[in-house]
Design a protein around this ligand. Structure first.
Ligand SMILES: Nc1ncnc2c1ncn2[C@@H]1O[C@H](COP(=O)(O)OP(=O)(O)O)[C@@H](O)[C@H]1O
Ligand SMILES: [Mg+2]
Length: 386
């Protein structure tokens, strides 16, 4: 897909901005603090209603304003013998006190569920902040999985929500038995532990299966992408580490059984610690270069290349899965790469229907489809000779 036009109103340091974008490689350049990152963040917020950079919706609204609005026209590839389909998306939100009111519209028609909104605009983004995927806590990596898989598989999105509820219920049961040894009263309130386990395993095993399938499918893409970008033979891998106590590599056939066995094995541990030790809420994955865990032993440059490889491999996976190119957004991805890798990365970016890059400097960009200059929350086209 391709974003044909973009509209920002009261988003971060943008008061009101309209943009027409061509397919191909689009570049935004400008000094620090002018609004390049904000622009890419806006595209992500439009795609998912959430910022990949901050939790709070309020921070995204221009200072002294109460609401913000983002809009885009998306062009989808034409079905056989038909014209390309153009879709108009609008997302606006208003913050009052603790309350956030959201409104999502596709072609002017209000949408009620985030799940159905998520597929409309497919974006894969890289921000320098994404280095936390390598260096940060497991929580960061699970958030990445939930967002990226939820965007592609709507069923995954709802399985995660149901799993969270089932986990809360089970943990509440465990805590309640601790506070009140009268098991019958607790069971009246929460149901039996057997029932709670069945619900947990039913949703949790689907989450485990989806993640495991994702890592299996993306593995070859990751190795190839990393090889192309780094010029190194690797091997580079991202290793899935399910949060189950009863699991061994090569044992992935039946996630329900493995999860149930883990719960049984952890039984006394769970009650002693008042929480559930096994399950996809404890999942992890590790970046490995030549078998070495980059979280512990990697340099910053290796980490950066690992995350870039993951994001670009992900974009290839989305293309293969949906049969349509996602939009690739690369924020400040070029600055810390040497010139060879910069060129390789730009080649990768050009292999997608549309990609957007930001840089402080235009010198390394080479030929682009469009070049814009960003200054104090305003965007102006730069005339190119290309
Ligand atoms: N909610 C907001 N309202 C107004 N300005 C904001 C808001 N959030 C951030 N900014 C401003 O946006 C600018 C940073 O923009 P950014 O996109 O990160 O710049 P860069 O071009 O370096 O990527 C800063 O000047 C910051 O003060
Ligand atoms: Mg920036």
């Amino acid at each position: 897909m391709v974003v044909k036009s973009l509209h920002l109103s009261n988003f971060r340091n943008y008061a009101s901005q309209e943009l027409q974008l061509p397919p191909g490689l689009v570049a935004f350049t400008g000094d620090n603090g002018q609004g390049k990152t904000n622009l890419l963040e806006a595209v992500c917020v439009l795609a998912t209603t959430k910022s990949p950079l901050v939790e709070r919706d309020r921070e995204l609204i221009r200072w002294d304003e109460k609401s913000a609005r983002l809009g885009a026209e998306i062009e989808l590839p034409p079905p056989p013998n038909r014209e390309a389909d153009v879709r108009r998306l609008e997302y606006s939100w208003r913050v009052e006190g603790q309350k956030v009111e959201r409104e999502m519209k596709v072609g002017g028609v209000p949408q009620s569920a985030v799940a159905s909104w998520l597929g409309q605009l497919q974006v894969i983004s890289f921000f320098p902040h994404d280095l936390v995927l390598v260096t940060g806590e497991p929580e960061e990596r699970r958030r990445f999985l939930n967002l990226e898989l939820g965007k592609i598989w709507p069923a995954y999105f709802s399985d995660i929500a149901r799993y969270r509820r089932a986990l809360q219920q089970r943990n509440a049961f465990i805590k309640a038995t601790y506070d009140n040894p009268n098991r019958r009263e607790t069971e009246e309130k929460y149901g039996s532990l057997g029932e709670l386990n069945r619900a947990l395993v039913s949703y949790g095993s689907r989450v485990l299966a989806a993640r495991s399938r994702f890592f299996a499918e993306i593995a070859p893409l990751l190795t190839e992408t990393h090889q192309r970008l780094s010029g190194l033979e690797g091997p580079f891998e991202v290793e899935y580490l399910p949060g189950l106590s009863a699991w061994r590599r090569g044992d992935e056939s039946d996630w329900s059984r493995l999860f149930l066995q883990s719960l049984e094995r952890d039984h006394s541990d769970d009650f002693r610690r008042s929480s559930t030790q096994s399950g996809p809420h404890r999942d992890e994955f590790a970046f490995k270069l030549g078998g070495v865990d980059l979280r512990r032993y990697g340099s910053q440059g290796q980490g950066r290349l690992a995350v870039l490889s993951l994001k670009i491999a992900l974009a290839h996976w989305v293309r293969d899965t949906l049969g349509d190119d996602p939009i690739l957004l690369l924020d400040d991805a070029l600055s810390e790469l040497d010139s060879t890798r910069r060129e390789l990365l730009l080649e990768e970016a050009k292999s997608f229907a549309q990609s957007v890059v930001t840089a402080t400097d235009a010198t390394f960009l080479g030929e682009v489809a469009a070049h814009f200059r960003v200054s104090e929350g305003k965007v102006e086209p730069v005339l190119t000779t290309a």
